[in-house]
Write a new protein. Structure first.
Lengths: 319, 355
């Protein structure tokens, strides 16, 4: 028993002190996957805030975006045109979802809308595989102007290597969030979006068209998904396995709260970093691969103390 | 005309509280049971029994389990696959320790282990609700999947890392394992499902069911009228997991014959959730209809398209069709097949002379 406790609470710190470069490397790995989780969670939050829909299909939208980019390029479309076409596809998807699904399910219970997005999830999996094929594909990283290669740093007597693609992922994620923040706070449509997020009926009463807002917000989530897909695809392959990994965005949402953009970012980083650290230092104690469930447990423990998440609004219950 | 209840008076409390108060329903259910027990096993071939009847019944039981939790008690769960796995692995361990014990009893007992696990993972529901709880149940799903794959003791240190079902006999008839005929397995599955469904139908009408529904409709109000949230939510989790566990044990022992971790993955959780939603939340009939629909739709599609295009495309098309149909059904009738049946019954009562 003492040995186990020692392994959990003391050994990791000895290892950290012994090999600080390794620690920094793990931290960086965690930061990068945290950025990607945060981006997926951001897509969730955008849609949840504006329409109250828990969009289960966000993960598959990531895969779908990346897949159509790769698929279009493979079909002979130049990379820049493929990128523009993909944005168009994402708009088409947003419009289609609003027209076919959301418009017909206005005023239904949240669980029904949630189920509809699971249906959408299945539809997109089938559709994507049917058109582009189910096998994993390589992201066209250099063709769309993303750097490859790595920076190597001397840190505390060891070597830490940062992939350039990861660095650019972090930068692009930052730009995207900043862009969205400006869009939300400074533009007319952004104000309308915030109004809808606050109160549907009040927003409608001042003349905001809900349907239009939904298309815009799903489109924004689609753009976020496309970006995430490109970044993630560049790190590993573009395949439907991504959609299971994307479920990791859910503990991020719990940590950050369903309605908070900064919460999604901070939560994503916490989850990403802690899961990699746990995997690296605690994983070997129990046979590894604890990455698959550790984030959920972390979120669960967190939830026990703060049911509304990190930045979520306080839940007030009335009878 | 056929479905008229005129002249059926309820003259005693027991008549008033019957599961099927209308005579036509009662006759109908007995006819269906007679058909299932007496006609199906002797006339259907192995393909029908193995690929359609047995899995439909097993998934229906799992759907009843999830329906108790989600439909009656209102706690959204995405961990069904994990709880089914608990039942399956518990069944394997029990029958390894007690090889002479009647396998049907072992299957029914293995549900209790799933119930214990469900109890533990139900604890967070006291603090968190709705989608937050759904994510919390994902924790159980992924943790259990991980445990099934990592703890070799659970699958008896088999090299394949899979459950290999041993042969168990009752009165010299093989019930499980490679020698069991599909007819015996079908009859065992059917009997267990019928008995457990009967138990469930009485549970949801009784004290348990009423307090579950009160908590589902509004938990604070339920608390105010004196329902203990703690025990209500935890019994819902335990009983639901019991049903899922028994379904999981049956899935491996009476249907698949061998199972790996993948048999209990998150996709199975979604599959059962689809069945519950499409069938109708809060309806036992819905669990059966939903299971029959969701399980058999891809088979139907495969046999419809099978000859013209390759297998992979059929798979993709069936994904698309299932997804689209789910959305379609949610739009047309968000309360599922059970509500459709109810509406049809209302129409039948008046037909052919509507007011």
């Amino acid at each position: 028993m003492g040995e186990i406790l020692h392994g959990i609470f003391i050994n990791p710190f000895i290892e950290i002190a012994g090999a600080p470069d390794l620690f920094v490397q793990v931290l960086w790995e965690g930061f990068v996957s945290g950025t990607l989780y945060a981006l997926i969670a951001l897509g969730f939050v955008l849609i949840f805030k504006a329409s109250g829909v828990f969009n289960f299909a966000q993960g598959i939208m990531v895969v779908f975006g990346a897949l159509s980019l790769v698929g279009l390029f493979a079909a002979g479309v130049p990379a820049w045109l493929a990128l523009i076409l993909c944005i168009g596809i994402m708009f088409g998807l947003a419009w289609g979802v609003e027209r076919v699904v959301l418009r017909n399910l206005v005023n239904q219970e949240p669980i029904i809308l949630f189920m509809a997005t699971i249906g959408l999830n299945y539809f997109l999996i089938g559709f994507g595989e049917f058109i582009f094929g189910g096998e994993p594909k390589t992201m066209i990283t250099s063709e769309i102007g993303l750097p490859t290669g790595s920076f190597d740093f001397e840190v505390l007597g060891g070597l830490v290597s940062l992939q350039q693609i990861d660095v650019s992922a972090a930068v692009i994620a930052g730009l995207l969030v900043a862009g969205l923040a400006v869009f939300f706070n400074k533009t007319r449509i952004g104000r309308a979006l915030r109004a809808v997020a606050d109160d549907h009926q009040a927003a409608m009463s001042v003349g905001i068209t809900l349907q239009q807002i939904w298309v815009i917000v799903w489109f924004a989530a689609g753009i976020v998904a496309l970006t995430t897909g490109i970044m993630w695809g560049a790190r590993s392959d573009v395949s439907f396995a991504l959609s299971i990994v994307a479920l990791k965005a859910l503990p991020v949402l719990i940590l950050g709260g369903f309605t908070s953009v900064p919460g999604a970012i901070v939560g994503g980083l916490i989850i990403g970093i802690s899961e990699k650290l746990a995997e690296f230092y605690w994983g070997p104690l129990v046979g590894g691969s604890i990455e698959s469930w550790f984030p959920y447990f972390l979120a669960l423990i967190f939830l026990w103390f703060r049911p509304q998440g990190l930045f979520g609004e306080r839940i007030i219950e009335r009878v | 005309m056929l479905y008229r209840e005129t002249g059926q008076f309820k003259t005693s409390y027991s008549a008033d509280q019957a599961v099927f108060p209308i005579r036509q329903d009662l006759v109908g259910i007995w006819l269906i049971l007679a058909f299932m027990f007496l006609v199906v096993p002797f006339t259907f071939n192995d393909f029908w029994l193995n690929s359609i009847m047995i899995p439909t019944l097993i998934f229906a039981l799992a759907a009843i389990g999830l329906n108790i939790l989600t439909g009656y008690a209102g706690q959204l769960s995405l961990g069904t696959g994990g709880f089914m796995g608990c039942g399956a692995y518990a069944c394997l361990k029990l029958t390894t320790f007690f090889p002479d014990l009647n396998i049907i009893i072992v299957i029914l007992m293995s549900g209790f282990f799933a119930a214990a696990v469900g109890f533990i993972f139900g604890l967070p529901s006291l603090r968190i609700k709705g989608f937050y709880l759904a994510v919390a149940t994902l924790a159980s799903q992924f943790f259990l999947e991980w445990a099934f794959g990592r703890i070799a003791w659970l699958y008896n240190y088999a090299d394949s890392g899979a459950i290999e079902v041993p042969t168990r006999r009752i009165f010299d008839i093989a019930i499980t394992g490679p020698h069991a005929s599909s007819m015996t397995r079908y009859l065992v599955v059917l009997s267990i499902v019928v008995v457990l469904t009967w138990v469930a139908s009485n549970l949801v009408r009784g004290r348990f069911g009423r307090s579950w529904m009160a908590v589902r409709d509004m938990d604070i109000a339920a608390e105010l009228i004196g329902i203990r949230l703690l025990s209500t939510k935890l019994t819902a989790f335990s009983i639901s997991s019991y049903y899922c566990g028994v379904a999981g044990a049956m899935m491996v022992f009476l249907w698949l014959g061998a199972a790996e971790v993948e048999s209990f993955d998150i996709n199975h959780s979604f599959l059962v959730l689809f069945m519950v939603i499409i069938g109708g939340l809060g309806s036992l009939l819905g669990a059966f209809l939903g299971a029959a629909f969701i399980w058999n739709l891809p088979i139907l599609l495969r046999s419809a398209f099978g000859q013209t295009i390759d297998a992979a495309s059929v798979e993709h098309i069936s994904f698309m069709v299932v997804g689209a149909l789910i959305i379609f059904f949610l739009i047309v009738e968000p309360h599922g097949f059970a509500r459709m049946w109810q509406i049809a019954k209302e129409k039948l009562r008046l037909w052919p002379f509507p007011y």
